[in-house]
Ligand binder design. Sequence first.
Ligand code: SF4
Length: 183
Amino acid sequence: MEKEKFLLHTCCAPCGIAVIDELRKKFDLTVLFYNPNIFPEEEYLKRKAEVVRVCSEWEVKMIDQDYNPAEWDEKVQGLEKEREGGMRCGVCIKMRLFHAGEIAKENGFEIFGTTLTMGRQKTAKVISPIGEMVAEHFGLKYLAEDWKKGGRQETARELIKQKNIYQQNYCGCKYSLAAKKEE
Ligand code: SF4
C-alpha cells in the first residue's frame, strides 16, 4: 500500500530526530527546514547542517527553504520584549506553520506536522490549534501530536548521543538568545 505523503516542519535536529525516526517508518516523509527565526546566521547554518546530516544518513527527503530573517523581524515587530511563550512565539510559530502548509499544498502532500512540540517551552496546547487552523485553510490534515509524550524524549536523548548531535541552549531568535545570556 502506498504511504501518505507527509511534510514535517523541523526546527532543529535535537527536537526532530525521534520524530523523523518514527514518521519515516509510517509515511512517505519529507522534512522541511524553514526557520527564519534563528539568529545569528552561523547558528542557523549549524542547526540546519545537523538536520541535513540526519536526513542524509536515513535517506529522508528534505526541502531546504531560504533564510529570510528580515521577514521574520518584520512579523514580530513590536513584540521584541515579549517573554518566551508569549505573543511573539505565537506569531513565530504561525509564520513557520503557515509556510509549511503552503509548501505542503503546493507539492501535493496530504498531511503535515511540526517537531515544535518537542521543545521544552513549547506546548501542544498552543501549537496544535495553529497547525489545525493552517490545515483547514489549505485543505490538509495536521498531525496534532505532543512529541514530548510517549517515550519520544527518551528516544531523542539516545539518538542525540548516538549521533553526537549538536544541542543549542536557547530557542532560536535574538531575543531568546539575549534572555539566555541574562540568566
Ligand atoms: S523564543 Fe523561540 S518560538 Fe519564541 S519567538 Fe523566539 S524563536 Fe520563536
